[in-house]
Design a protein around this ligand. Structure first.
Ligand code: PGA
Length: 243
């Protein structure tokens, strides 16, 4: 019954909401010229989209050299929780807002694993991003992790979740569709029924559409394939054609 309600919810929203395709470039490419070229090709693709929005998340250093337009918006891959001050090496949500970023990815497993980011740190970052008027894309590998990161945060309007199973990230092994759908529904149930959930982990042109059509996801977080023009265009086209 619960599943039915949630599925209906998605159908109701489908007419109003666009599927979100987040391009997480991670620590790539190595020059601004390459970043600009890639972004300009994606911008051309974005012109054709009616039901899909792209969020381009380059490394911090390239954000200033890029701009969004129409269906393509800018995002960042991380930020700090303070607005400014003596925090060597950090970048604040306000700085990113002033560079026209609209979204910030938080809690990516690579940051948790390699840089010891904790749920508490992510929680403070979420608070700061919301206060700055930006949207959070919160990565989590299960519903309980998302809940911990969102502890005490009542305004969920600008929060999007991304289900990111560790076994699927950068491995070429996309998470099984049925199991992914189950986690997606769990996340909606435990956080908020209406919250949008993205899927991330080895998304490619062949599997992209299925996560939208056959599971309950409202978009995708794409890593490796978002640096390949042909693959990313194919992902956009197939999601645009999804029911
Ligand atoms: P991938 O990365 O698409 O390369 O698996 C996804 C992610 O890190 O979110």
């Amino acid at each position: 019954m619960k599943t039915e309600i949630l599925d209906n919810q998605k159908i109701t929203n489908a007419a109003e909401k666009k599927n979100l395709i987040v391009a997480n470039w991670k620590c790539n490419p190595s020059t601004l010229e390459e970043a600009k070229l890639l972004a300009s090709l994606f911008k051309k693709e974005a012109l054709k989209l009616k039901k899909t929005e792209i969020v381009l998340c380059p490394p911090f250093v390239f954000i200033q050299g890029l701009n969004g337009s129409g269906n393509l918006n800018l995002g960042a891959q991380n930020c700090f929780w303070e607005e400014g001050g003596a925090y060597t090496g950090e970048v604040s949500p306000l700085m990113l807002k002033n560079l026209n970023c609209q979204y910030i990815i938080l809690g990516h497993s690579e940051r948790r694993r390699l840089l010891n980011e904790t749920d508490e740190m992510i929680n403070r970052k979420i608070e700061a991003v919301i206060s700055a008027g930006l949207k959070v894309i919160l990565c989590a590998e299960k519903a309980s992790q998302a809940e911990k990161c969102l502890k005490g945060i009542s305004n969920l309007e600008n929060v999007i979740l991304a289900f990111e199973p560790l076994s699927a990230i950068g491995t070429g092994n996309p998470y099984p569709l049925e199991k992914a759908k189950k986690v997606c529904l769990e996340m909606k149930k435990s956080v908020k029924k209406e919250i949008n959930v993205l899927y991330g982990g080895s998304v490619n042109p062949v599997n992209a559409k299925d996560y939208i059509e056959k599971a309950c996801f409202e978009g995708l977080l794409v890593g490796g394939a978002s640096l390949e023009v042909k693959a990313f265009s194919a992902i956009l086209n197939s999601v645009e054609a999804a029911i």
